[in-house]
Design a protein around this ligand. Structure first.
Ligand code: NAD
Ligand code: UD1
Length: 338
């Protein structure tokens, strides 16, 4: 059996997926240019699985290097995580996002076509749905006009993959992640945001660890149960498992169509205030927070209908949000030496 290429395999979701793939007996090779990750992640992966994956420090924007990689490596499937993901930065530097998220995808798909690699998994996002009309949201819900260049790159990427599946032998699955949180139970790998975290849970854990003075909660005047925004927080280990299932689906030729899309969430919506309360409960820490104004571009409420992922993909979550928050907190404590 050939190798599985995991781009962005040293990143947050990629590293957990590498572990899950290796634990399933698959051979993994990683491309990651350390743009948003550390080489030490390889140590964490090796400690968990006993296998140090081969890592190439290649910038996927470098077409020549990407071509050379595929000439030298026999690959049976690709899981493409590598991308830039900061929404605010994408508004300030849209071309950086179009280059890093779109060019890299095109180069990879060109190589897949050249080397007749048919199995391709793509990291998409629930951001493609924008503000949903109906909740929970199904895969058939309309893709709304993107709220940021980052969101637009996910929409465009899905279209590029869909078009490629129509005209080549490519078989692909886009996985639309809701809000991944938490860390591996071993505390060997987890989320390592560079600079001030933009996402809720790393901001919470850094505040509890004393790195940030207080958490700002962006609005308590929405039309939700307690006025704060609602999201679907999914444990990153559950999310990682879904990639193994999706890849096996393609490798086993069990997919029903050349291009498929699945929501990856828990199906449960939790408000920001509920997340804070759950964190305080599992950590035993009192969190310093204040309510501030709404964050521009925030969706009020979004959570997944997971019926398709459960019944068609054959995957479901095993872990609770509380377990995810507890693992995130343990990871933060370990990283900070607390
Ligand atoms: P991450 O930043 O932790 O991981 C991405 C990895 O890709 C990093 O290790 C980075 O160094 C690498 N990378 C980026 N550009 C590269 C390039 N040009 N060449 C080689 N390597 C490159 O992000 P993540 O949270 O693990 O997200 C993975 C994917 O999932 C991304 O596509 C992201 O858009 C998508 N996604 C993430 C979330 C989330 O909340 N984390 C939600 C929805 C979708
Ligand atoms: C954000 C992005 C989304 C991206 C996802 C994963 C926006 C508008 N959306 O989603 O495109 O796919 O990250 O990277 O940025 N919150 C606070 N205080 C904080 C941080 C967050 O109250 O300091 C709130 C937010 O208002 C939101 C919730 O917590 O209601 C979750 O926020 P976040 O973790 O940033 O994720 P999303 O907004 O869902």
């Amino acid at each position: 059996m050939g190798k599985v290429l995991v781009t962005g395999g040293l990143g947050y979701i990629g590293s957990h997926t590498v572990v899950a793939l290796q634990q399933e007996g698959l051979e993994v090779v990683i491309i990651d240019n350390l743009y948003n990750s550390e080489l030490s992640v390889l140590d964490g992966i090796e400690t968990i699985t006993g296998i140090r994956p081969v890592h190439y420090n290649i910038d996927l924007r470098n077409k020549i290097e990407v071509t050379r990689f595929f000439e030298n490596n026999e690959v049976e499937g690709v899981i493409h995580f590598a991308a830039s993901k900061a929404v605010g930065e994408s508004v300030e530097s849209p071309l950086l996002y179009y280059e890093n998220n779109i060019n890299t995808l095109v180069y990879l798909l060109q190589e897949c076509s050249k080397h007749e690699i048919t199995n391709f998994i793509f990291s998409s996002s629930c951001t493609v749905y924008g503000e949903p009309d109906v909740l929970p949201i199904t895969e058939d819900a309309p893709v709304k006009s993107a709220m940021s260049p980052y969101g637009n790159t996910k929409q465009i990427s899905e279209e590029i993959i869909f078009d490629t599946c129509k005209s080549t032998i490519l078989q692909a699955i886009s996985l639309r992640y809701f809000n991944p949180i938490g860390a591996h139970d071993s505390q060997e790998i987890g989320e390592l945001p560079k600079g001030s975290p933009q996402n809720l849970v790393p901001f919470i854990t850094q505040t509890a660890a004393g790195l940030r003075k207080e958490l700002s909660i962006f609005g308590d005047d929405y039309g939700t149960k307690d006025g704060s925004c609602i999201r679907d927080y999914i444990h990153v280990v559950d999310l990682a498992e879904a990639h193994v299932v999706a890849l096996q689906r393609l490798m086993g030729k069990k997919n029903l169509m050349p291009y498929e899309v699945f929501n990856l969430g828990t199906g449960r919506g939790s408000s920001v205030l509920e997340v804070v309360a759950a964190f305080e409960k599992v950590s035993g820490e009192k969190l310093n927070y204040k309510i501030v104004g709404r964050r521009s571009g925030d969706v009020v409420s979004v959570y997944a209908d997971t019926t398709k992922a459960n019944n068609v993909l054959g995957w479901q979550t095993q872990k609770t949000m509380e377990e995810a928050l507890e693992s995130a907190w343990k990871w933060e404590q370990k990283v900070r030496g607390l």
